[in-house]
Design a protein around this ligand. Structure first.
Ligand code: HSE
Length: 430
């Protein structure tokens, strides 16, 4: 029986999971594929480190060339992370006609299109389902299960750390700093949590989702990103009084051939399926023209969930090798990259203003909104923090980003407005 030889780059959390799944599910995998898979080399930094899996000592090497230049290796699994050096390594592997499976969204969001082209040129596959939402087969669902549909919108909770933090802030009334520390103690958030809390991790994943869904070559720089650092208990509590939950949501939408991709704190109606996704779980809501609404839910990270996606991709690569169709995936974008302008980006907005509590103040404010044709769905007014001040909290009907920015600029110049406290997108309702 034919055997496929694999070089595994990285033996951390995900790499260990990959070895476990290949060992524990060996018979099932062999039965499905009709051939065996064998890891023959593992690239590690530290040859002496004690490992959680049983591996042969002579599999280990700290020299990448022993994997990417080894003629006997058919497939490279890359689960070590990193961008530039890893990119060079994978380019060399592809030039040496090795197929690639990677879980590296940081790399794929930056160099993905170039790597896909290089893979095709060398008749190789490069699969990366594990890079978005770990254990949820969302990239595969977009490229296979929903292949016949036109995807119009994707809304995703694609960062477990921030979803855990937002859940704790909302359910337990904890402050941002407290939940961040808790997330770090539990090992969800990194010592440097910037990529998670500032939205970069989610933006990378949304870039990959949007490219696949819209068949357009969008770049990481095309994503408008803001994170969760400035969300306060007051924001959460006012949102709650108006019927909403705040989550860090990635949204990719396509209208009239133009795309918009954002990652930002977003208010969702409390009964929206994404609002019910708690703790570190991920979920991706997909709207297709024909299928309507679908939601994919599950673990977004972790050793075995992510390794499941990696090994399933590996099995796909092996199937293609055996069928002789490696490198046959259509990777060229179908549409030119076109982005929506501010006047074409529509959504509702939640706005909090600190204002002077005096006769006519409210009218001055509403005059500005009406000048820009902004109309309101919900409004609350409460006494402010200081004497003779009031806080106004409102939710607009759908307006363009241009209308929002122009009204905000005018409000900031208005004498009765002491401060624009916060504003967030509202989505998930018509
Ligand atoms: N840091 C990511 C998260 C996991 O919190 O979801 C890896 O993508």
């Amino acid at each position: 029986m034919e055997k496929i030889h694999v070089g595994l780059c990285g033996l951390g959390t995900v790499g260990t999971g990959v070895v476990k799944i290949l060992q524990d599910h060996k018979e099932h995998i062999k039965h499905k594929l009709g051939c065996e898979i064998e890891i023959t080399k593992v690239l590690v930094n530290n040859m002496e480190k004690k490992r959680d899996v049983v591996i042969k000592r002579d599999w280990l090497t700290s020299d990448p060339a022993e994997l990417v230049d080894d003629e006997a290796i058919d497939v490279i699994i890359e689960v070590m992370g990193g961008i530039e050096d890893t990119n060079k390594l994978l380019e060399r592997a592809l030039e040496n006609k090795k197929h690639i499976v990677t879980a590296n969204k940081d790399l794929m969001a930056v160099h993905g299109q170039k790597l896909l082209r290089l893979a095709k040129k060398n008749n190789c596959d490069i699969l990366y389902d594990a890079s978005v939402a770990g254990g949820i087969p969302i990239l595969r669902s977009l490229s296979d299960g929903l292949a016949s549909d036109h995807i119009q919108k994707i809304m995703g909770i694609v960062n477990g750390t921030t979803n855990y933090m937002m859940t704790k802030m909302a359910d337990e009334g904890l402050a941002y700093e407290e939940v961040l520390k808790e997330a770090q103690d539990l090992g969800f958030a990194e010592a440097d949590p910037t990529a998670d809390v500032d939205g970069l991790d989610a933006a990378r994943k949304m870039t990959l989702l949007a490219n696949l869904a819209f068949k357009m070559e969008l770049h990481l720089e095309d994503v408008d990103v803001s994170g969760i650092r400035n969300i306060t208990q007051e924001d959460i509590s006012f949102a709650d009084s108006l019927g909403y939950t705040i989550k860090l949501i990635g949204i990719a939408s396509m209208n009239h051939g133009k795309a918009e991709v954002t990652v930002e704190p977003t208010l969702l109606p409390k009964d929206h399926p994404l609002a019910l996704v708690k703790n570190e779980f991920n979920a991706v809501y997909v709207y297709g023209e024909a299928v309507g609404e679908t939601m994919f839910y599950g673990p977004g990270a972790g050793s075995l969930p992510t390794a499941t996606a990696v090994v399933s991709d590996l099995m796909e690569v092996v199937k293609n090798i055996r069928l002789g169709i490696s490198g046959s995936a259509h990777i060229d974008p179908q549409f030119d990259r076109q982005l929506k302008e501010d006047k074409e980006k529509y959504s509702r907005h939640f706005i909090r203003l600190d204002v002077d509590d005096q006769a006519g103040a409210f009218q001055e404010i509403t005059n500005i909104f009406s000048e820009h044709e902004v109309s309101f769905a919900k409004i609350l007014q409460l006494p402010g923090d200081q004497e003779k001040t009031a806080e106004i909290v409102m939710v607009t009907h759908k307006i363009s980003r241009e209308q929002l920015l122009m009204s905000m600029a005018k409000l900031e110049g208005l004498g009765v407005v002491k401060r624009l406290i916060s504003h967030y997108r509202v989505d998930g309702e018509e």
